[in-house]
Design a protein around this ligand. Structure first.
Ligand code: MV4
Length: 446
């Protein structure tokens, strides 16, 4: 096992990793910008190193600063959290070149999944069901028109260097193709420095279902069921639940096996998420995330596992403790993301937290790095807490969520807490009757 690891992140996820490391007897090094000197991750780690000014580009995204912090402190491995450098294959390569360990997959796996065309091609060859679409890049309008005729409209054009909703254009019919294709390519080029785009059949009312997988890097992998993350606004998840309200044990096992076998056969190491659109009982692969995700705690709740400890173990070369036969779904979990944002426009609302009280009791987890008097800096994302509830079934989890939200106090800044109180009285939410468009449509009405 490592003696010391460095956490190249901030906020609640830095605390999440520090907690796992401490329980494993592993020393922790926090890194921080000058804007984060009073941040909780700095206080909670065994050591802390200032790596630069507030701007992420000069601190949390500065590879030389982070590598130097490892060398100064003697940290042997780096946990990237999510966001920042977590899916940067160049960073992983540099870590390896410095004889340090990256707590996550190889640079090669990150690179394959980072390019959405190679990701889809890889998954298709491994037997993962994909959205019907172009076999690879489409570089002329003639080819785009020809493939669109074969697949049928509506068509979605996606940038291979995009992902997470960035760089997409929909063409409802042939008359919209020329504009959509030309715009998609030129935007891909200016936004990502890569003009390559590909085509897919546009699915109208799917759910976003993602499968959690975990590999040991030596040909073994497990699946830990699904999460339904359909409730999103502008491609930002707001409310996630596990299991998915429309997924039964048979469906879970079928898609889970396909995903675990796929990642096992490429010797994938660590946590990964395979994202699907799910419509009319069919799964369609869209992207794979090669990191620990924000919403991982709902999976931890229903499977009773610690994904971060498992990541650290595997990175240290120890055998994976997860085995498929021991992984059994228990109950239902929901996460809501509490952002320092002002409704109805979700505009960022940094500032001082004048009062904070965390909810508690059975089946309640609050992952947060805020405290009474904490000043939320304006430089980073607005997630300030994740409230996770776990109960015996979905109705009990919804009741528990309502109860826990009632206990939670965050004063001094606006937050998304009122949104969740409203959502919990919506019949569609109570019934689990929603798709990827439900939230934006509902927000548009209210
Ligand atoms: C799609 C789609 C419909 N059809 N692909 C958006 C994020 C990126 N990961 C993929 N996205 C979509 N891809 C096909 N072929 C609709 C979306 C989409 C979406 C997906 C998941 C969650 C929310 C979404 C909101 C709008 C569009």
């Amino acid at each position: 096992m490592f003696e010391k690891i460095l956490i190249a992140n901030r906020g609640e996820i830095a605390l999440r990793v520090i907690r796992a490391a401490k329980e494993m007897g592993v020393q922790t090094v926090a890194v921080h910008s000058t804007a984060d000197s009073d941040a909780m991750h700095v206080r909670m780690a065994d050591e802390a190193i200032c790596i630069g000014p507030p701007s992420s580009n000069k601190s949390y995204l500065s590879i030389p600063a982070i590598i130097s912090a490892c060398e100064v402190t003697g940290a042997q491995a780096i946990h990237p959290g999510y966001g920042f450098l977590s899916e940067n294959s160049k960073f992983v390569q540099i870590i390896e070149d410095h004889d340090l360990k990256f707590i996550g997959p190889t640079a090669q796996h990150i690179q394959i999944m980072g390019d959405k065309i190679t990701a889809k091609e890889t998954m298709r060859e491994l037997g993962v069901p994909c959205v019907p679409g172009s076999p690879g890049e489409v570089d002329t309008l003639e080819l785009a028109n020809q493939i669109a005729e074969e697949i049928g409209y509506p068509i979605i054009i996606k940038a291979t260097a995009g992902g997470g909703g960035r760089g997409m254009k929909v063409a409802a019919s042939k008359s919209e193709m020329s504009d959509a294709f030309t715009t998609a390519r030129s935007e891909a080029n200016s936004n990502f420095g890569n003009p390559a785009v590909y085509l897919e059949k546009y699915l109208g009312t799917p759910r976003h279902i993602e499968i959690q997988v975990f590999g040991d890097g030596a040909g073994n992998a497990v699946y830990l069921g699904e999460r339904d993350c359909s409730l999103q606004r502008r491609h930002q998840k707001v409310f996630e639940e596990a299991p998915g309200p429309t997924i039964d044990a048979g469906i879970r096992q079928n898609i889970g096996k396909v995903c675990a076998e796929a990642v096992a056969s490429i010797n994938y190491a660590g946590a990964g998420t395979i994202e699907f659109l799910y419509e009319n009982g069919e799964f369609y692969f869209i992207e794979m995330n090669t990191r620990l995700q924000v919403e991982h705690p709902i999976t931890e709740a229903i499977y009773g596992v610690d994904l971060v400890k498992e990541q650290i173990r595997v990175a240290a070369g120890l055998p994976m403790q997860l085995t498929q036969e021991k992984l059994k779904v228990n109950g239902h979990a929901i996460e809501v993301r509490i952002n320092a944002e002002k409704l109805p426009n979700f505009s960022p609302c940094p500032g001082k937290i004048t009062q904070f009280h965390a909810p508690g009791g059975l089946g309640v987890r609050l992952d947060s790095a805020i405290y009474d008097g904490y000043v939320i800096p304006p430089y980073y994302d607005s997630l300030i807490a994740k409230l996770i509830v776990h109960a015996e079934d979905r109705p009990a989890a919804l009741s528990r969520l309502k109860r826990a939200l009632g206990e939670l106090i965050v004063d001094g800044v606006d937050t998304t807490i009122p949104l969740f109180n409203s959502l919990l009285s919506e019949e569609d939410i109570i019934k689990g009757n929603y798709n990827i468009h439900w939230l934006e449509s509902w927000l548009g009405k209210s």
